[in-house]
Design a protein around this ligand. Sequence first.
Ligand SMILES: *[C@@H]1O[C@H](CO)[C@@H](O)[C@H](O)[C@H]1NC(C)=O
Ligand SMILES: *[C@@H]1O[C@H](CO)[C@@H](O)[C@H](O)[C@H]1NC(C)=O
Ligand SMILES: *[C@@H]1O[C@H](CO)[C@@H](O)[C@H](O)[C@H]1NC(C)=O
Ligand SMILES: *[C@@H]1O[C@H](CO)[C@@H](O)[C@H](O)[C@H]1NC(C)=O
Ligand SMILES: *[C@@H]1O[C@H](CO)[C@@H](O)[C@H](O)[C@H]1NC(C)=O
Length: 419
Amino acid sequence: MKYLAIVALLSVATVLSADNTNNGVNGISFNDRILQGVYDGSHQHQGRHNEPHFPRPPFNQTMSNRTVHTRSLLPDPLHFADGIVQKALGVASHAAHAGLDIAGKAVDAKTGLAGGIAHTVLGGADNLLHHNMPHIPHIPHVPHTGPSQSTDPTDAQYYGVRNSRDFTGKVVLVTVTNSGLAEGTIKLFSILGANLVITGTNGTYINQLAQSVQNYSPENLKALPVVADLTKTADIQNLFTQTVQTFGKLDVLVNFANSYALLNITDPNLMASWDQTFQNDLRSTAELIQQAVPLLEKTNGSITNVATIAGVAPVAVELAYSTAKAGTEQLVRILALELGSKQIRVNTVNVGAITPDGQPDGNPILALMQSKAPLARLGVPLDVAKGVVFLSSSDADYITGVNLVVDGGIIYNYPPYFN
Ligand SMILES: *[C@@H]1O[C@H](CO)[C@@H](O)[C@H](O)[C@H]1NC(C)=O
Ligand SMILES: *[C@@H]1O[C@H](CO)[C@@H](O)[C@H](O)[C@H]1NC(C)=O
Ligand SMILES: *[C@@H]1O[C@H](CO)[C@@H](O)[C@H](O)[C@H]1NC(C)=O
Ligand SMILES: *[C@@H]1O[C@H](CO)[C@@H](O)[C@H](O)[C@H]1NC(C)=O
Ligand SMILES: *[C@@H]1O[C@H](CO)[C@@H](O)[C@H](O)[C@H]1NC(C)=O
């Protein structure tokens, strides 16, 4: 059984390098063995700083009485809450609350960014802040009557959560890698009733995948396999043309496609390899999304880009790969800003060490990762699938621009491999 994920270490670099020949987007033989970053003390703050795992103040129960306590609601990944955000909120009262609700819906005529008025309120503060601007929720009144007696229309939304993972009638496009990481996600979407478009460079592989997942579909839906090299504009165009011809629309785009090269700054081949990695990982992602947007706009669709904790935690031999992945993560945050007004959500799932069975399978590096993982195991494709499906579901209706880390907590206990 091949590994879905491998930890990049200097000690294994030579082994992996021998494999590093095919550079098609989906074609690299170890392309999505998920790589782990160095996470020693000196990087700890940096690593955490980029992560969404900031403790938030507890929800204040008075909220149920519509008393808004601004501070308790502010996500604070940039540590701005007490200063700039507070200032933006002005008197931090219901008046500010109302003002920001209006501002959040406005589009700046100059920049095209949603939240233009809020931007003005902030006096030119960085756009990133928009992303973290609070959209203070109106907590609906919870009726005291039992559910069967309630006539409150919001109740339908609450009860709807019981069916939120039903993807019947939805069209889900997944770009795959050849190593198998995407398989669990494709399988789960099929089980949940989705129409699937599966795309990659290896026709044999994606045809096999399309056939095998049909068995899981409750309505025996046939998946559409489309061979595409995502570094080619024409291939991407053909991908979406076929998607629309077959299914008429696109609701969900999930991007696993990936390539990887071991590389450091002394490598004589640096720039050639750099360009190739950036083309495969970052440029192709941007173009895929660029061409998907007109379709996703019609469906209020979502985009989930699968990246790696190596995009957050630096790994010495992954100079180009980690940097490109960090780029895709920032791409996601910027697109969340830009596409929010079109009701398109854009998120990242950031994976750690994933193997087919969650076991190190005799690999000492993976065994070490397992021992360091707070949850004491490696990940399996279903772990990734559940994260992707959640972000693609209506349960994540109000979630955009996040980096959902699916790594069993390894990133917080990273072995200092590269000391
Ligand atoms: C909730 O907010 C009220 C009003 O500001 C405050 O009196 C109370 O202590 C808060 N409760 C918690 C748990 O923070
Ligand atoms: C809820 O709001 C009502 C009306 O404003 C007020 O009378 C009541 O004291 C509030 N209850 C709490 C728990 O804050
Ligand atoms: C394509 O996929 C098939 C089936 O998984 C596999 O046997 C073959 O080695 C793959 N070809 C390449 C070039 O990766
Ligand atoms: C950089 O890569 C070369 C091979 O391209 C390798 O010999 C060397 O040890 C690496 N240096 C570091 C610091 O990783
Ligand atoms: C998309 O969202 C908007 C705003 O919430 C809504 O008016 C519209 O009906 C939605 N369109 C679809 C296709 O769900």
